[in-house]
Design a protein around this ligand. Structure first.
Ligand code: F6R
Ligand code: MG
Ligand code: MG
Length: 365
């Protein structure tokens, strides 16, 4: 059976501040989704949140970028925004950058990751959702899952994975894309992947079967709006088992937290901390950035789950390390490398302060 898995998310208001999504907003979204399921538009759905982002996980048979599905998501966010406004939540409707829907939510603020797949005999998927960071944050984890044999031993010992994977990489500045073949081209690929703010991995494909293995949201809110209006807080869908990395190989990169862009005012580097759904509430200095993972088995499009994958105690040490890394970074206060370089900060006073002081700058002899 061919089924499409769509994950569409938006921050339509935070509670309190930017730390959480209000239960009434979630239940409103659930009502919208339930209606769509009843009408036959959706096969199934799961509504959840990560930090202040509302997450709509939907299965259907209308393919990727379907106007019907994107309209449903847009209308759901509009309904949620009404509730957010009534409760005077912080930044109500903040990611909805347009007043009118024009066929596709891409470029309108929400983040989107979708894959149309032929459902396998057993279709295990993990959906990653992050808050207080940006789409490039998936670069290192995806590289480790699909190209690093020290993470994914299957690349070495599983015959159905031994040929490797292809990586579709986007240049979000130039609006171009390129596909690399791994392992052959990893040295070329890493010069790009190592600059995740500009070159996020959009998708990964099995090299032999050409089947899609992973897709991520790469929408850059600041590029869309032309000004800062919030971090992208990305999502990523990963298929697991069989010709793809095992669930444990897919989760393993998050056992060693890395520093990512985001955190307070989208202007800092901080550790990406893997947490349970319950703990996706970034409150220390509006962070540190969080990632949650929920797993499903698909059954004719039905979402069997979710399982809260980072609830496992085996990730306690990663959380501990992430908190230590957070302390180390916080020690720098407004200094780099905690604060992002001048041209990458989402909030800045530099132009106005520079203008004010311009006359006081005199040549150095
Ligand atoms: C970062 C984030 C928060 C806000 C900060 C200031 O992605 O959402 O750290 O940037 O709380 O928010 P405003 O400007 O809305 O008061
Ligand atoms: Mg917010
Ligand atoms: Mg958010």
């Amino acid at each position: 059976m061919v089924v499409t898995l769509s994950v569409i998310k938006a921050d339509i208001g935070g509670y309190v501040g930017h730390s959480e999504c209000h239960p009434d907003v979630i239940s409103t979204a659930q009502e919208c989704m339930a209606k769509a399921k009843k009408s036959g538009l959706l096969i199934d759905y799961h509504v959840t949140k990560c930090g202040d982002d509302l997450q709509l996980i939907m299965t259907h048979q209308y393919g990727e970028e379907s106007t019907k599905i994107h309209r449903l998501a847009w209308d759901t966010f509009q309904e949620g925004t009404k509730v957010a406004k009534k409760l005077k939540l912080h930044g109500a409707g903040q990611d909805l950058l347009s007043d009118a829907f024009s066929g596709n939510v891409k470029g309108m603020g929400p983040g989107v990751a979708e894959m149309e797949i032929e459902e396998r005999e057993a279709e295990s998927v993990v959906i990653f959702m992050a808050d207080k960071t940006s789409s490039g944050s998936w670069n290192m984890p995806l590289y480790k899952m699909f190209a690093d044999p020290f993470n994914t031993i299957g690349l070495v010992i599983a015959p159905n994975m031994h040929a490797g994977f292809k990586f579709e990489v986007h240049d979000v500045k130039e609006h171009k894309k390129i596909t690399f073949t791994s392992p052959d081209e990893i040295y070329d690929m890493l010069i790009f992947l190592g600059a995740p703010g500009r070159f996020p991995v959009k998708a990964v494909y099995h090299r032999e079967t050409k089947n899609v293995a992973a897709v991520s949201s790469t929408q850059k809110l600041s590029h869309i709006a032309g000004r800062y209006i919030g971090k992208d807080d990305p999502v990523c869908i990963v298929r697991c088992q069989g010709e793809f990395p095992a669930v444990g190989e897919v989760l393993e990169p998050f056992a060693s937290p890395i520093l990512v862009e985001g955190w307070m005012r989208g202007s800092h580097m901080g550790p990406l901390m893997p947490v349970s759904m319950r703990d996706s509430t970034p409150t220390r200095f509006d962070g540190p950035p969080r990632v949650v993972a929920i797993g499903f088995q698909l059954a004719e499009g039905r979402l069997v789950g979710p399982r809260d994958m980072f609830e496992d105690k085996a990730f306690d040490l990663a959380r501990h390390h992430a908190n230590e890394m957070a302390d180390l970074m916080r020690r720098h206060g407004p200094f780099e490398p905690h604060r992002l370089p001048l041209d990458e900060m989402e909030y800045t006073t530099m132009p106005s302060v520079m203008k004010k002081l311009s006359k006081r700058f005199i040549p150095i002899d």
